[in-house]
Design a protein around this ligand. Structure first.
Ligand code: BG6
Length: 485
């Protein structure tokens, strides 16, 4: 028997992401046989009431994806249970321990990270951290290196590293894994994947949502800690890492750590040149008036809701290739993409006039809203013009484009992959302690440089691509951000 305990089982993450993911896995027959799913939270409610809430949440999501069926739900329902617990008290965890016995136990902490240290300590005392147990930690673990280490030390006291699964849900996204396939499952890209052929890399995670009611959390973190420390640096690592010798968790993670160690520290002298902070002011977002961050929060704050950074990776492969990253709330599009900008041809034999200049190749790895990988190449415009005319053609490397492949599969929630992997004990797509440590170290240097230099966020109007200074960051180097067509 196996058990999955969802601490915070009635909360937002569990209801919006984890339980729907489990339903989809159930629907596809992918859940381990005999798996029990136990919601554990403070609220004193019966298992029936809890299951009714899960039913509502899961059904709404599955219907939207057109994969709701009663048979799958009844199978999932048979696995579900609920227990009211105070997870910080070993006494209160005893009945939970009795329920799961000595099965393979995966505990998911979908609760406030401020409770992590106390919960893992109580779990150890209650026998929920034995060899048959694993723990999954949702981000953010800490808000800087020091607090990360404090929490993680408590975790390490209860669990050994191979039992710990630190989630970065971006690693569960299909296209992120496809990036590994693209780089290491083909011979044609890897020889070009370096500073001889690549001019620069851009990583954008744009969101249209504002911070809204999440401000008490967000104000403590800002875009740097909420997005860049984890999701963006993970994407950067996957683009920049050396080929691992195999797909074993440690082989992959060793390579990612090397990239993080090679990130050039951002010093106080450089911080204004290589970073931008922004904060949205009132504007129009998705056709509706949107408040500024300060208005949402009720008073002025120096927290950035947008960050752009130029990162340099000091190693042989990437010397001289800047990695530009930007992310923000209240941008015009929900869009996540990685742009690999190749260098121009060394010498053009074509006319440099309006007949079509040679554009450098560009690969775009799009994670959201669509999952797609495309490559722009130059092509002759058909016709009998005396002087050859060129045009860029975008080739899609996605599912089904050859007209023969099956329709693309349903877009999975990133947590589906990650829940399965955690229950199977595969930590390849999870963040190792030293990775998180290095990422915090670099991010701490940025935030310390901000504090020391007094760099404040520049305003940007909600519904635009961030402050002008973000465009300047690129323009100063003779480049610009990719725009969608
Ligand atoms: C979370 C951040 O980790 O990722 C949120 O805390 C952000 O602020 C979210 O909105 C974005 O995730 P996705 O998968 O919607 O791009």
């Amino acid at each position: 028997m196996a058990a999955l305990i969802l601490f915070g089982g009635g909360g937002d993450l569990a209801m919006r992401m984890l339980l729907p993911s489990l339903y989809f896995l159930e629907h596809d027959g992918l859940l381990p046989e005999g798996l029990k799913i136990i919601g554990a939270a403070r609220s004193e409610e019966s298992a029936d009431d809890y299951i009714a809430k899960v039913h509502e949440a899961v059904k709404a999501r599955a219907e939207a994806d057109k994969v709701w069926d009663e048979a799958s739900w009844s199978r999932m329902k048979a696995r579900l249970d609920y227990l009211a617990v105070d997870a910080t008290s070993p006494e209160s965890l005893k009945p939970l321990k009795d329920k799961v016995g000595d099965s393979e136990i995966t505990s998911f902490l979908a609760v406030s990270p401020s409770l992590y240290a106390r919960i893992v300590t109580a779990m150890k005392a209650a026998g929920l951290a034995e060899k048959n147990c694993r723990i999954v930690l949702e981000k953010p673990v800490g808000r800087d290196l020091k607090s990360f280490l404090e929490i993680d030390d408590a975790v390490a006291h209860a669990f050994s590293e191979n039992q710990v699964f630190r989630i970065d849900h971006y690693l569960g996204k299909e296209t992120v894994q496809n990036l590994i396939a693209l780089r290491f499952g083909n011979t044609i890209f890897e020889p070009l994947w370096n500073n001889l052929s690549i001019d620069h890399v851009q990583i954008t995670i744009g969101e249209t949502v504002g911070v809204g009611d999440r401000w008490p959390y967000y104000d403590e973190y800002g875009a740097l800690r909420d997005m860049l420390q984890n999701h963006m640096l993970q994407l950067l690592c996957l683009v920049a890492m050396e080929p691992p010798s195999d797909l074993d968790p440690d082989s992959v993670r060793n390579e990612k750590v090397k990239v993080l160690r090679s990130l050039r520290p951002v010093t106080v002298d450089e911080v204004e040149r290589v970073t931008v902070r922004g904060q949205y002011v009132a504007g129009v977002s998705e056709g509706k008036p949107a408040k500024g961050y300060d208005e949402e929060r009720g008073q002025p704050s120096d927290t950035e809701t947008f960050v752009a950074v130029r990162a340099d990776i000091d190693n042989w492969r990437w010397a001289g290739v800047p990695f530009f990253m930007r992310t923000g709330k209240r941008l015009p599009e929900k869009r996540t993409e990685i742009v690999i900008q190749f260098k121009p041809v060394p010498h053009s034999i074509f006319d440099r006039d309006d007949r079509g200049e040679v554009q450098a190749n560009r690969m775009i790895i799009e994670l959201q809203p669509e999952e797609d990988i495309s490559l722009t190449v130059m092509n002759k415009r058909p016709g009998l013009d005396q002087r050859m005319q060129l045009q860029p053609i975008k080739m899609s490397l996605s599912w089904g484009v050859d007209g023969k492949s099956a329709a693309p599969p349903r877009r999975r929630i990133a947590y589906e992959r990650l829940l399965l992997d955690a229950m199977a004990g595969d930590s390849t797509l999870f963040v190792r302690r030293d990775e998180a440590e290095q990422a915090w170290k670099w991010v701490d240097e940025v935030s310390e440089a901000w504090a020391e230099s007094g760099l404040k966020p520049d305003d940007y109007v909600a519904g635009t691509w961030g402050p002008e200074s973000a465009d300047m960051l690129m323009a100063r180097t003779g480049r610009d951000w990719n725009t969608t067509d």
